[in-house]
Design a protein. Structure first.
Length: 190
């Protein structure tokens, strides 16, 4: 893809160009920047999501600044490096694999034959398979405990807008885990 195709596709919301550009073409560049800027693990998808929001702010003003005097990748390298340094300084990207458990997993799930207890145990099993501590924390605190987004954002030290993105990815990840679990259950029950 040439520079104009990429810029036009991103400005027009072309999902194929978005996926190709951010998740394939730029992955080595962004992974290298993430590794060199952040002294902790940052999830690639979260980084790209925050970068995309940054690029599209103010009617995509930053993206429209690309003048074509260099390749889009060279231009983006400088922009993304500056973005990552500011993100680290402001704490936008936090450690995705904290050393301590964010949520007390020792909470008792009552035993018994009540359907709600089985549902809680099933949900806990699915959450344990997700693998992303922060996403499971958000689901537990918001969906199970009923805590509002602002409180959870404060607990995590992120903006509420960032929490919405985390929650969206968490629900998507939970759905994928549940579908995988259902597929595996179907294979073993035959």
């Amino acid at each position: 893809m040439d520079n104009k195709t990429i810029i036009d596709g991103l400005l027009n919301g072309d999902e194929n160009i978005h996926q190709q550009f951010f998740f394939e073409d730029c992955r080595p560049l962004f992974t290298s920047i993430i590794a060199s800027v952040f002294p902790y693990h940052v999830e690639y998808e979260e980084f790209v999501n925050e970068l995309y929001i940054y690029l599209m702010e103010d009617d995509a003003a930053r993206l429209k600044q690309f003048g074509g005097r260099s390749s889009i990748y060279q231009w983006l390298k400088t922009l993304v490096l500056r973005f990552a340094l500011r993100a680290r300084k402001r704490g936008i990207m936090i450690d995705m694999a904290p050393k301590d458990n964010l949520y007390n997993r020792n909470k008792e799930v009552p035993s018994g034959d009540e359907p709600s207890n089985h549902a809680k145990m099933d949900l806990e099993l699915l959450l344990s398979k997700m693998g992303n501590e922060r996403q499971t924390y958000v689901i537990r605190r918001h969906i199970i405990d009923g805590i509002d987004e602002r409180t959870i954002a404060d607990e995590l030290g992120v903006k509420v807008s960032n929490l919405y993105n985390i929650k969206k990815r968490a629900i998507k990840a939970l759905s994928e885990v549940a579908l995988t679990d259902i597929q595996q259950y179907g294979k073993t029950s035959k």
